[in-house]
Design a protein around this ligand. Structure first.
Ligand SMILES: Nc1nc2c(c(=O)[nH]1)N[C@H]1C(S)=C(S)[C@@H](COP(=O)(O)OP(=O)(O)OC[C@H]3O[C@@H](n4cnc5c(=O)[nH]c(N)nc54)[C@H](O)[C@@H]3O)O[C@H]1N2
Ligand SMILES: Nc1nc2c(c(=O)[nH]1)N[C@H]1C(S)=C(S)[C@@H](COP(=O)(O)OP(=O)(O)OC[C@H]3O[C@@H](n4cnc5c(=O)[nH]c(N)nc54)[C@H](O)[C@@H]3O)O[C@H]1N2
Ligand SMILES: [Mo]
Length: 842
């Protein structure tokens, strides 16, 4: 939700909605229990007033009464606040809060020799902090000295929270890295295949880079092709604090579409929020078949001589090697619109029309990331660049391709202000343990974690290298929810049993905590001080993130958790750098202030900023055109590819000799695909697990009152087309079972005409809530889509997630309706001696 047109909520109504929501949301008595109640006499806990803070969902002012956060008001400089801000307060107070250090029952009894098949049964024992940290330290020592660094997986980091100091994953890396080297990860779930293939093709990752400024697009562009992308939905959140100013340009775009000045095409099997907001034409492609559609566009451009030969000659290499494939000289299949129609479901004439329109004027392609989170996702990213190259507009104002328009306020004009640095994982101090990896890889591609657990010793291909999977014995994660992010939950549950010890550090009792042996309670950002940029690419200014409430229960800042861990191996000073948290914040601020002086931007001194101003804004920057430097001076500003040019054919990739990613983009059939593809006879519906409209991944799912504003029958919504619902006798509001060979979940049906027949969606991040905890195959009572997704690499090149290659069947649920598990924290067992010396069992 960003503006009135989006969901019919104006800023004023949004604000009043906030008030109603908070009035209705009762802070549960049990939640305020021990700590806050006990501390009620503290001076700090009688504080009342407004506190400025920031989040992935935007900046806000928290209203505090007697030490309790009662309401949330969007920041006055955010013109288009998201409704998700309504859920943020609950993160502190909800029943899923991790309250105390907890150790899994059988792990407490038997340490690393525990019965790991009990993992996930959610029985935990509260232990004192000192003991929990002793356990963690003991396990790090044991694993390093027994097996060496390859047995400790500490590479994974996730979306944690904003704040330049309290970067949860970085703190973990810094502290664990001071103890010993470990198994790291490569890549991420977000853009795993695009970020590997695009540097070969276009010379840069492309995905996280700033895009051409929106004013330039609004002035110059005639056609915008939004390819598998929903920026109106996805720009609600940001890696830093989003300023949401981009929605102002979106309103202008909507007007230009209305007046006919700009045409927008949405290549998407779903009528998206962006489609509804901008208007334009939907090209309702069959899922996973965009490459045939693009090949047919390329075929049309070439055979109708609409391609830019001069551009191809001057700025690209290898079109001649791609052409025989396109024309079918190589494999006997010309990639004609008629050929593509049978696969992608778009009539051949419509494909030709689209190609002609794209060639008829300035065309900007805005490509999303979902399509590269599928098997052979590399081909999609590569083919976007090839089509753009054929159009010849790369580097012109408002033309060419971009892969990051839906991320981090892209296309806003970057300010002229300085950039803040932050807490760093590197200290320059040697670790205690620096053992040998014994011939195993020192990293794994992030999404291959379960493959690695299942097949230690096996060697896989990855981006021209060989990765020999080590025997992982221990894993630790902090600010990351592995039991949300990873695919094929039931397979994961079995593989997880191979770990001797898994440690999760979080403030919400996520499924990852359920499947952990040691759980440590972190504070939320709202319980500590920090500092962050307002705006991502826009870099509009700096916000003081002031502590709103006292830490709940026994939660500690990640900084203190890891500082205290480091005292156990004499690395406390190295971890803290000899500074307190406030000194760090001041130093981060002063770094930017110094930089600002160099570029003529004056900032107040830290005390004035922190105590008085609390928000400073930067002067406006200048408009910018992506790839313009390369276009103007290809010799002086070559791309980062081997040739310095766009590589339509890439020898480096061809020489890797992979069957599933070759020298130029190609169409490969998928292991499963709807609309007549493999396995569609058994499971006819393509399940999308797109990024949620009302969450950031799994974050905010545990905000009960907010969840109940969108849950259906108490479960995660499952969007299903009217046609598919009708033949199954399903109506909106029904409890449905969504299933395939990999698993089954309950969800609440939302029947809609927005979805093409054969396509359904359960948004990622819905919490895993097993009927029988720890049992593979058990019903998920809330609707985690990753129970149903496939866990294979995209290809030998990137080995990224293929989450969006997933077929399912849906039926009305007729059995005995189980309650939703998953949101109420651990089952606490207290008749066990909490001081049982599990660590001596070794
Ligand atoms: N099926 C499917 N799966 C997907 C995707 C998909 O499209 N489909 N998308 C993938 C993508 S792109 C991504 S980026 C991943 C996201 O996966 P994650 O990054 O793992 O997702 P989050 O839910 O943001 O998890 C962050 C965790 O950090 C915790 N946390 C927040 N702040 C703090 C803090 O200050 N300290 C500590 N210690 N913890 C904190 C939160 O409570 C939460 O549990 O998911 C991937 N999974
Ligand atoms: N609200 C919100 N915003 C977010 C996030 C969030 O959790 N919540 N997460 C952030 C993160 S970490 C990331 S990585 C990005 C993710 O950004 P993306 O991966 O780009 O986002 P998705 O919403 O998963 O998918 C975008 C679009 O792809 C379409 N699509 C799916 N399958 C196909 C297909 O086969 N063909 C075509 N043509 N289209 C298809 C979907 O219908 C959807 O409209 O979003 C970021 N923004
Ligand atoms: Mo992501």
């Amino acid at each position: 939700m960003a503006t009135e047109k989006l969901q019919g909520i104006t800023r004023r109504r949004f604000l009043s909605g906030m008030l109603t929501a908070s009035a209705g949301a009762v802070i549960g008595g049990s939640l305020l229990a021990p700590r806050s109640a006990m501390a009620a006499t503290d001076a700090k806990n009688t504080f009342s007033g407004d506190v400025i803070h920031g989040s992935h969902w935007g900046a806000f002012r928290a209203k505090v009464e007697n030490g309790i956060w009662v309401d949330t008001v969007p920041f006055e400089h955010d013109p288009h606040p998201t409704a998700m801000l309504n859920a943020v307060r609950e993160v502190v107070y909800n029943p899923s809060r991790v309250k105390y250090p907890m150790v899994r029952l059988d792990w407490l009894k038997h340490g690393w020799k525990s019965d790991t098949s009990q993992r996930g049964d959610n029985r935990f024992v509260r232990v004192p902090w000192s003991q929990a940290l002793d356990f963690l330290h003991h396990e790090l020592e044991r694993v390093q000295t027994t097996y060496g660094p390859s047995a400790l997986y500490a590479g994974n980091t996730g979306w944690q929270s904003v704040g330049k100091l309290n970067v949860a994953g970085t703190m973990m890396h810094r502290a664990i890295g001071l103890h010993g080297t470990f198994l790291a990860k490569m890549g991420d779930y977000s853009t795993g295949s695009a970020q590997v293939v695009l540097p070969y093709v276009a010379g840069a990752m492309e995905v996280y880079e700033q895009q051409t400024s929106w004013p330039v697009v609004l002035e110059n562009t005639k056609n915008i092709v939004i390819w598998g992308n929903d920026p109106v939905k996805n720009l609600q959140v940001g890696w830093q604090i989003p300023d949401h100013s981009v929605y102002g340009y979106y309103q202008q775009l909507a007007e230009k579409v209305k007046s006919g000045d700009i045409k927008v095409f949405h290549v998407d099997p779903v009528k998206t929020s962006s489609y509804k907001f901008f208007g334009g034409k939907q090209i309702a492609v069959n899922p996973q078949t965009d490459v045939p559609l693009m090949l047919a566009i390329a075929y049309t451009l070439y055979t109708e001589k609409l391609h830019d030969e001069q551009f191809l000659a001057d700025y690209t290499t290898g079109f001649d090697k791609f052409l025989p494939y396109l024309l079918g000289e190589k494999d006997g299949v010309a990639k004609t619109p008629e050929w593509a129609e049978k696969i992608c479901g778009i009539p051949a004439d419509d494909i030709r029309d689209l190609a002609r329109t794209m060639a008829s004027g300035r065309t900007q392609i805005m490509a999303g990331w979902c399509l590269q989170r599928m098997q052979h996702g590399e081909q999609y990213a590569w083919m976007i660049v090839v089509v753009s190259a054929m159009l010849g507009q790369i580097g012109l104002p408002g033309g060419g391709f971009g892969f990051g328009w839906h991320y981090n306020d892209a296309g806003t004009v970057t300010s002229a202000g300085p950039l803040m640095s932050g807490f760093n994982s590197v200290t320059g101090v040697d670790p205690i343990h620096n053992g040998s990896y014994n011939g195993y890889s020192s990293y794994i591609p992030i999404a291959r974690i379960v493959d690695c657990l299942e097949n230690p010793g096996e060697t896989i291909d990855f981006n021209g290298q060989k990765v020999k999977f080590p025997h992982i014995k221990m894993a630790i994660s902090c600010g990351s929810n592995l039991f949300h992010q990873h695919q094929d939950r039931n397979r994961m549950i079995k593989a997880w049993r191979k770990l001797e010890t898994y440690v999760s550090i979080d403030h919400q009792w996520t499924a990852s905590c359920r499947f952990a042996d040691i759980v440590l309670p972190a504070t939320t950002t709202y319980e500590r001080n920090d500092i962050e940029s307002f705006g991502n690419h826009s870099n509009k200014g700096i916000i003081a993130m002031k502590q709103i409430v006292e830490p709940m229960f026994e939660a500690k800042d990640d900084f203190d958790i890891f500082r205290e861990l480091c005292t156990r191996y004499d690395r406390e000073e190295a971890f803290t750098g000899g500074k307190t948290k406030m000194e760090w914040i001041e130093e981060i601020y002063n770094g930017a202030r110094l930089q600002g002086r160099g570029i003529g931007v004056r900032m107040p001194n830290f005390v004035k900023f922190w105590e008085e101003e609390q928000f400073i804004s930067f002067p406006e920057g200048t408009e910018w055109v992506r790839h313009q430097a390369f276009r103007n001076e290809p010799d002086l500003e070559p791309l980062g590819t081997a040739s310095g040019l766009i590589e339509i054919y890439c020898k480096t990739i061809a020489d890797m000799g992979y069957d599933d990613c070759q020298g130029h983009p190609m169409w490969f059939e998928k292991v499963e695909r709807s609309h007549g593809g493999p396995k569609s006879n058994s499971y006819p519906l393509h399940m999308q697990s797109c990024h949620p409209n009302y969450r950031l991944h799994s974050q905010l799912c545990s905000s009960d009152a907010f969840r109940n504003t969108y849950a259906v029958a108490g479960r995660e919504p499952c969007y299903i087309s009217s046609a598919d619902a009708k033949v199954r006798g399903i109506v909106s509001g029904d409890l449905v079972r969504v299933f395939n060979d990999r698993g089954q979940v309950l969800a609440g049906a939302v029947v809609t005409d927005d979805y093409k027949a054969g396509v359904c969606r359960i948004e990622e991040g819905a919490w895993y809530a097993p009927l029988e905890g720890g049992k593979p195959g058990t019903l998920c009572t809330y609707g985690d889509p990753n129970v149903l997704t496939v866990d294979i690499g995209t290809s030998k090149l990137a080995q990224a997630t293929s989450a969006h290659t997933a077929l399912v069947e849906i039926e009305k649920f007729t059995g005995k309706i189980p309650a939703v598990t998953g949101f109420s924290g651990p089952t606490s067992v207290d008749d066990v001696n909490p001081l049982f010396p599990a660590m001596d069992i070794a």
